[in-house]
Design a protein around this ligand. Structure first.
Ligand code: FES
Ligand code: FE2
Ligand code: FE2
Length: 507
């Protein structure tokens, strides 16, 4: 009964919070005041012209490449929380002294300064929002402003010698700040305010013809689309001919997804029709906010009268271009006169065989009677082999195929998920129904992962060429053998498995 009750409480708390948020999102009567306030916020910039625009850019964080508001909110959250902790400890007599009180006063004041900065940057971001986000943002601002107002009152009380009242005021303010942070989180994580809204599709990886060159008029943005097979979607791209040069960037504005192909060219930049962000035609960087995030870029060339584009990869992107695949193939084709051709099996063959071994171990465990004590031994062998498999792939195979396969990053992530599921399975009694459920789930997960390697990554790996795959196969086999036979490594692995089994053991 106890566990049933404790299981429902968080859900009902979540339900209450969701209801409050939903009522704010639906509160149409907030639209009037929000409209008036947004106009008031925009007015100084309109009056100020270019300097006003610069101030807005500074507040948005266009110069910083990131919104400024989230960085500034950390100041009141940190300082006011610490002040409440010090106040509480001082109130209960755990710490004493005027230095503590002075520190607390300084923290409250520093937080108030940070909160003013957070309010200015937040207002600047907020005035470009619409609909539900604007309503939630308005309440978020009102709640945080209340928190700031109470802290100002606390500062006055503290400096007037009313320390207890000042402490109580700071504690009350902290509550408002917490509620305000919750709404701020909702704005970002649920309503996607401030997150990059551009299409970051990696296609086309090679040059792809999109438009006859003669169809492009000077300073008239033109929309084209490329098909992304993975996303199963058309990705819009905007082409602009400016002073004879053709440039291309993603057509969906990173700020809130506005259609840049419906925008216009001004001062060497492409302006978004929704909120006026201006993007540099060459670099895709925002020159004016509210956007803080560069647009996806495309290389452009003209061949046989057709404009061709190729996606310029973002830093850190693992997309494989045809050039990279070619380079990998050419590197393989250069004969190495000093080395004889490697013999033995290719990496994908070695790994496939090991996948089969893992599948066989799963089948054995599943076929055994639940109370068979040998089940635990086979489970340990499975855990050990799975660990070895993941280790040699992570260390040897994945880095080698990274240049020719973009499945690698997801494969790393899947290894983590498999390790988590294995850890949870090891803690269970092999005779329990929960174990049956877990071992089936783990089997499915391993099978899914291994099958996607076999049907995708291993095929892409063939681009590395026969020689390289055999070298890798040799390295995989040797390492696997070492891991199995090394006393130190197997002792370490067994210790890890025992810890996984015993710590936090279920039932
Ligand atoms: S969508 Fe807001 S500036 Fe483009
Ligand atoms: Fe794997
Ligand atoms: Fe694998």
């Amino acid at each position: 009964m106890k566990s049933a009750n404790s299981g429902t409480k968080p859900a009902s708390r979540q339900g209450r919070a969701a209801k409050v948020i939903a009522s704010i999102e639906d509160a149409e009567h907030l639209d009037g005041p929000a409209f008036a306030l947004a106009n008031a916020v925009a007015l100084p910039q309109r009056i100020g012209g270019t300097p006003g625009q610069r101030v807005q850019n500074a507040l948005h964080g266009t110069w910083f490449g990131h919104p400024i508001h989230p960085s500034l909110v950390a100041i009141p959250i940190g300082t006011w929380t610490l002040a409440v902790v010090l106040d509480t400890l001082a109130s209960v007599g755990a710490i004493k002294g005027t230095a503590i009180d002075r520190t607390s006063d300084i923290l409250v004041k520093a937080g108030a300064v940070g909160a003013v900065g957070a309010a200015l940057t937040g207002l600047s971001d907020w005035h470009q929002t619409h609909g539900r986000s604007r309503r939630v943002g308005l309440v978020h601002a009102a709640v945080n402003s209340t928190a700031l107002g109470i802290q100002v009152a606390s500062i006055v009380l503290r400096s007037g010698g009313h320390r207890i009242a000042g402490r109580l005021a700071s504690a009350a303010s902290w509550g408002f700040m917490f509620a305000g942070s919750y709404l701020g989180g909702h704005l970002v994580y649920r309503l996607r305010q401030g997150v990059d809204q551009a299409d970051r599709s990696v296609v086309p990886r090679g040059y792809h013809p999109v438009l006859p060159e003669t169809d492009l008029q000077e300073d008239q943005p033109c929309r084209v689309e490329v098909w992304d097979e993975v996303e199963r979607a058309q990705i819009p791209v905007v082409l602009v001919r400016h002073r004879g040069r053709i440039s291309a960037m993603g057509a969906r504005c990173s700020h809130m997804g506005g259609p840049l192909d419906e925008g216009w060219v001004l001062n060497g930049g492409l302006i978004c029709p929704w909120h006026g962000s201006r993007y540099d035609l060459e670099s895709g960087q925002p020159l004016d906010g509210p956007s803080t995030c560069p647009q996806p870029r495309y290389h452009v060339r003209v061949q046989d009268g057709m404009v061709e584009i190729q996606r310029e990869q973002d830093p850190g992107s693992t997309a494989v271009t045809p050039q990279e695949a070619d380079a990998a193939r050419r590197a393989e084709a250069i004969p190495d006169k000093t080395a004889s051709a490697p013999q033995g099996r290719k990496a994908d063959e070695v790994l496939f065989e090991h996948h089969q071994l893992l599948r066989g171990l799963f089948r054995r465990i599943e076929a055994m009677p639940a109370d068979d004590p040998e089940r635990r031994d086979i489970l340990r062998t499975l855990a050990s082999e799975l660990e070895i498999h993941e280790h040699i792939e992570d260390r040897i195979f994945y880095p080698a195929v990274q240049p020719v396969s973009e499945d690698v990053s997801i494969a790393y992530a899947e290894h983590q998920a498999l390790a988590d599921l294995l850890a949870a399975t090891l803690k269970l009694s092999t005779a329990s129904p929960a174990f049956e459920e877990h071992i089936r789930a783990l089997h499915t997960a391993v099978d899914h992962h291994a099958s996607s390697e076999e049907t995708s990554m291993f095929l892409e790996a063939q681009r590395l060429g026969d020689r390289r795959l055999r070298e890798l196969g040799h390295e995989l086999e040797t390492t696997m053998e070492e891991e199995r036979t090394s006393r130190f490594q197997s002792a370490f692995r067994h210790l890890k498995i025992s810890l996984l089994e015993s710590v936090g053991k279920a039932g």
